[in-house]
Design a protein around this ligand. Structure first.
Ligand SMILES: *[C@@H]1O[C@H](CO)[C@@H](O)[C@H](O)[C@H]1NC(C)=O
Ligand SMILES: *[C@@H]1O[C@H](CO)[C@@H](O)[C@H](O)[C@H]1NC(C)=O
Ligand SMILES: *[C@@H]1O[C@H](CO)[C@@H](O)[C@H](O)[C@H]1NC(C)=O
Ligand SMILES: *[C@@H]1O[C@H](CO)[C@@H](O)[C@H](O)[C@H]1NC(C)=O
Ligand SMILES: *[C@@H]1O[C@H](CO)[C@@H](O)[C@H](O)[C@H]1NC(C)=O
Ligand SMILES: *[C@@H]1O[C@H](CO)[C@@H](O)[C@H](O)[C@H]1NC(C)=O
Ligand SMILES: *[C@@H]1O[C@H](CO)[C@@H](O)[C@H](O)[C@H]1NC(C)=O
Ligand SMILES: *[C@@H]1O[C@H](CO)[C@@H](O)[C@H](O)[C@H]1NC(C)=O
Ligand SMILES: *[C@@H]1O[C@H](CO)[C@@H](O)[C@H](O)[C@H]1NC(C)=O
Length: 836
């Protein structure tokens, strides 16, 4: 009863903090740039027809080969260009009878009953070791590297080395010819095991007890050579990372927690107790939480081990996922190896029968210490191997695999928390910047096929960019990097993709290059360049730490002003293309801050200035600055001239004119008509030619609305409406991101597919002669903030003009009209009359 009440209280508390969390907007770190699939540079993609699930990647930097394990196939790709296969692919399919057995056991012949390659690692200098699910009967064998052939004769049982179920997680690594693997050991997936196999030792495994492993989900493993220069004669260790159902908490009987476990490499099991079982298996809870809010991330997704010159400086980067109040949240926590060791050297946890509770074990601990590796002190006492350990030590070890101390992350909090994204994979590179300082650069794959590149600056994290690696939204399932060649490889269901660590060329100006804070990029007088690509130059600019753009000696006046003439009473939009997702627009009018001009007609929007109902007082010079980190950078310059008399006024005068004038008009009109006919015929022919030539020409997509005088009448021609074709989920979004640009001097309306209703996607894909100093087609609206469905439309770089006919003519117009009506557009305008 009391427990029920306290559980309820905890539940309430969690709900309250969830609400706070939902309000904490600073949780989302916005990637500075967004690069869509079509705008990726130097990208290489590999896939084969009829082959899917390119999940298992293994890079051999010396051989310069990327091995790829897919569904029933293995590829050897050239590391510098993955489109090139260096050896003929190996087909390794499960035989038909195995597939039939698999189907008979109730598995799906479309998804389960294939041979999914799940393990592929270098075994020795001549062989790779490979395991596949083999239609729910896992098998392993060797691949001879030189002629790239699979040794079918040496095929062995893959039980415990590879999962039965391709959807189940597993991890493993080969150390000195021995395979350490953690997976589910049987067909039903109910028996977890951490196993050592192959090699000269006999096989070793975990005790099959819930206190050892309880419905684990294995995500990573690491081999740390702790024997190196060890004064105490320590052993090397293998660490395993997983989530499992916790046993030690009262309230949440069902709670899942993240764990780190380890075994010692020299472990040979006990002589009587723990025979052929690990005597050194210990585990501890990995904490990744926001202390103020008592929010814990418990589902660990993956781990990357960053090792440096010595093992003591090893750090593990863990990705965690959670779902709170329907919001997907991902976090990255960083762990030091010494903190993990400390937990393993600390007190044990145990179940107290009387109190029916888990608590710290406080009685006397047997010697030698249970779970410890064999070290010099053991050897001095006559224990040369685990086989010689006394029974009381081994019995204790069997009963106490769990440590009492938690492993706290560095800084006691996540280094990054992102909402509305599922992080799936991470790799980390440590790079020396131009300043000589070292930075960790994180490459993080998402569940939707994007890559976030982030740099850690002190305890702060800056997301340099997000890249759309895969066009189809699908999880990034594996990431590997070549630190030497600065290349990243990603595997997914459909492709293998290769991209360089940095594409510095996308930063078109010094300011952009510096503000990027990309440790791989430096500004060299004329261009932003990849650091490794240069011989050591003294005269380079880079400031990862502070992004100080005063390093840039920009000469003013290299931006041409745009002259605009507008009829009084018109609404006008002056575009302002910002150089990054982090910038805000700042406008000046006649060298004065627009924010200080008391005029209700001005409305600053994220990508444009709207001046409604212009009057003569609005004539003058306008400038737009992209402001980022309190630094300003000119991106737009306009001269606005407001003419008081609309050209239409001439017509009314004409009405009062004489008969001769009327005849003259008829004559002139006749001539004009004749000319127009000619023009129409000519244009028609031209158009045909063009359509034949380039059906999908971008030119054809762009419809110039006011090509000649740039005079914007208040009313558009009757029945004509221009709307951004991708309607937004919320009204706000549409108007936050208006899509009107002057590119070649004319007003244009943006973009894509009219029927998509999933969020707007303003395109930065201005034309090359857009606003000077402007990075090119890098930005589409961030998928971290919007539904991914809109991205494809944004790639088209197209503009579309929609014409609405008479009411109710066709369902399509009707749909649009409805949408327009639903939307509150401008504070003062009814949607049908909006000037845009
Ligand atoms: C793909 O598989 C189908 C049937 O399994 C086969 O007919 C087709 O030839 C294959 N295509 C290629 C390119 O291998
Ligand atoms: C899977 O089974 C269904 C019916 O049981 C059959 O029609 C189909 O051809 C099978 N597909 C494959 C790939 O074997
Ligand atoms: C590598 O391992 C394979 C398989 O056990 C063995 O046949 C081969 O001789 C080994 N190569 C070397 C260089 O040890
Ligand atoms: C591949 O190489 C191994 C050893 O070098 C040899 O035994 C085997 O016959 C070769 N296989 C093929 C298909 O050439
Ligand atoms: C394999 O890829 C297909 C899509 O190509 C996907 O539906 C399936 O879930 C993948 N299977 C595994 C085990 O990853
Ligand atoms: C770091 O890791 C790599 C690959 O895992 C390994 O080859 C290397 O020996 C490790 N370095 C240290 C110092 O442990
Ligand atoms: C332990 O090993 C040392 C040297 O390797 C040997 O002298 C000693 O007899 C061994 N002790 C036992 C108990 O086997
Ligand atoms: C994250 O993953 C969950 C479960 O796989 C899925 O339901 C959800 O839509 C994903 N969220 C995002 C933002 O991709
Ligand atoms: C715009 O007008 C100003 C004077 O108002 C003139 O000096 C400038 O050359 C014009 N610029 C362009 C591009 O026509």
């Amino acid at each position: 009863m009391a427990r029920g009440v306290s559980c309820l209280r905890v539940f309430n508390f969690v709900m309250v903090t969830l609400l706070q969390l939902a309000q904490a907007s600073d949780w989302n770190t916005v990637p500075r740039k967004t690069v869509s699939h079509s705008a990726l540079k130097e990208v290489r993609r590999f896939s084969k027809p009829n082959v899917s699930n390119y999940t298992t990647l293994q890079l051999d930097e010396e051989e310069q080969v990327l091995y790829v394990g897919a569904r029933e196939a293995v590829f050897a790709l050239f590391m510098h260009d993955v489109t090139e296969e260096v050896k003929e692919a190996i087909v390794w399919d499960a035989p038909v009878e195995k597939k039939m057995e698999c189907v008979q056991k109730g598995k799906n012949n479309q998804t389960d009953c294939f041979n999914y390659i799940r393990f592929l690692q270098t075994f020795n200098s001549t062989h790779l070791y490979i395991c596949g699910t083999y239609a729910f009967q896992p098998r392993c064998t060797y691949i001879e590297v030189r002629n790239f052939t699979l040794n079918k004769a040496a095929m062995e049982d893959g039980k415990g080395k590879c999962p039965y179920d391709p959807a189940k997680s597993h991890t493993g690594l080969i150390v000195d010819g021995e395979l350490y693997s953690a997976t589910l050991n049987n067909f039903l997936g109910t028996e977890p095991v951490i196993l050592r196999n192959l090699g000269h030792h006999y096989s070793m495994k975990t005790e099959y007890l819930a206190s050892w492993l309880n419905e684990p989900n294995f995500v990573g493993s690491a081999y740390i050579q702790e024997s190196a220069n060890s004064e105490m004669g320590d052993d090397d260790k293998i660490y395993f990372f997983f989530s499992e159902r916790a046993v030690e908490y009262d309230c949440y009987r069902e709670q899942v927690v993240a764990r780190v476990a380890r075994v010692c490499k020299g472990d040979m099991g006990g002589a009587r107790t723990l025979q052929k079982k690990w005597t050194t298996f210990l585990k501890a809870r990995l904490l990744c939480s926001v202390p103020e809010q008592q929010l814990h991330f418990n589902k660990i997704q993956t781990v990357y081990t960053l090792n440096n010159s010595d093992w003591q400086s090893t750090v593990f980067f863990g990705i965690f996922q959670a779902q709170w109040a329907d919001v997907d949240v991902s976090a990255i926590c960083q762990y030091r190896i010494e903190d993990i060791q400390q937990a393993f050297n600390g007190p044990y946890k145990e179940y107290r029968e009387q109190a029916q509770k888990w608590g710290q074990y406080s009685d006397k601990v047997p010697t030698p210490r249970p779970g410890a590796c064999i070290t010099n002190s053991h050897r001095l006492n006559g224990y040369n191997t685990s086989l010689e350990l006394p029974d009381n030590t081994l019995n204790f070890a069997k009963k106490h695999p769990l440590m009492d101390d938690l492993v706290q992350p560095v800084g006691r909090r996540p280094v990054l928390i992102q909402k509305n994204v599922n992080y799936t994979q991470i790799v980390v590179d440590r790079v020396v910047a131009a300043s000589g300082n070292q930075y960790n650069v994180l490459f993080i794959g998402t569940g939707a096929g994007w890559l976030h590149k982030a740099v850690m600056i002190g305890s702060h994290i800056h997301i340099i960019e997000e890249l759309q690696l895969f066009e189809k939204a699908q999880p990034v399932e594996s990431l590997v990097i070549s630190k030497k060649k600065k290349l990243l490889f990603a595997g997914s269901q459909t492709h293998v993709v290769q991209v360089p660590f940095a594409d510095c060329g996308k930063y078109r100006s010094c300011e952009d290059c510096i503000l990027a804070r990309d440790p791989y990029c430096v500004w060299t007088k004329w261009a932003c360049t990849r650091m490794g690509a240069l011989p050591k130059l003294p005269d380079v600019d880079q400031d990862v730490e502070f992004a100080d753009i005063s390093l840039c000696h920009r000469t003013p006046g290299d931006l041409k002003a745009e002259n605009l003439t507008v009829v009084a009473g018109t609404n006008i939009l002056l575009p302002c293309q910002l150089i990054s997702n982090l910038a805000v627009p700042k406008w000046t009018f006649q060298q004065q801050e627009l924010a200080h001009v008391p005029d209700a007609n001005y409305e600053v929007r994220p990508k444009a200035l709207l001046i409604s109902d212009v009057g003569p007082q609005h004539s003058g010079s306008y400038r737009c600055y992209s402001e980022e980190k309190r630094e300003r950078f000119l991106v737009g310059k306009y001269w606005l001239k407001v003419v008081s008399k609309p050209a239409m006024a001439l017509e009314s005068q004409a009405a009062a004119s004489s008969l001769e004038l009327a005849w003259l008009c008829v004559f002139v009109l006749g001539v004009v008509c004749f000319c127009l006919l000619g023009v129409v015929i000519y244009l028609n022919r031209k158009l045909k030619e063009r359509l034949e030539k380039t059906a999908a020409s971008k030119e054809a997509e762009r419809v110039t609305v006011y090509p000649t005088e740039r005079i914007l009448p208040k009313e558009l021609p009757k029945g004509t409406k221009f709307i951004p074709s991708q309607t937004s989920g919320t009204d706000e979004k549409l108007w936050e991101s208006p899509s009107y640009y002057y590119s070649d001097g004319s007003l244009k309306i943006v973009p894509g597919h009219a029927l998509c209703q999933n969020g707007s996607s303003p395109s930065h894909n201005g034309t090359a002669n857009g606003i000077p100093g402007q990075p090119l087609p890098t930005a589409v609206q961030s998928p971290t903030r919007l539904n991914l469905a809109n991205i494809r439309g944004a790639n088209t770089n197209g503009y579309i003009r929609l014409q609405l006919g008479e009411e109710g003519v066709d369902p399509f117009s009707e749909e649009l009209r409805k949408k327009l009506k639903q939307r509150q557009m401008l504070p003062d305008a009814n949607p049908e009359e909006s000037s845009v």
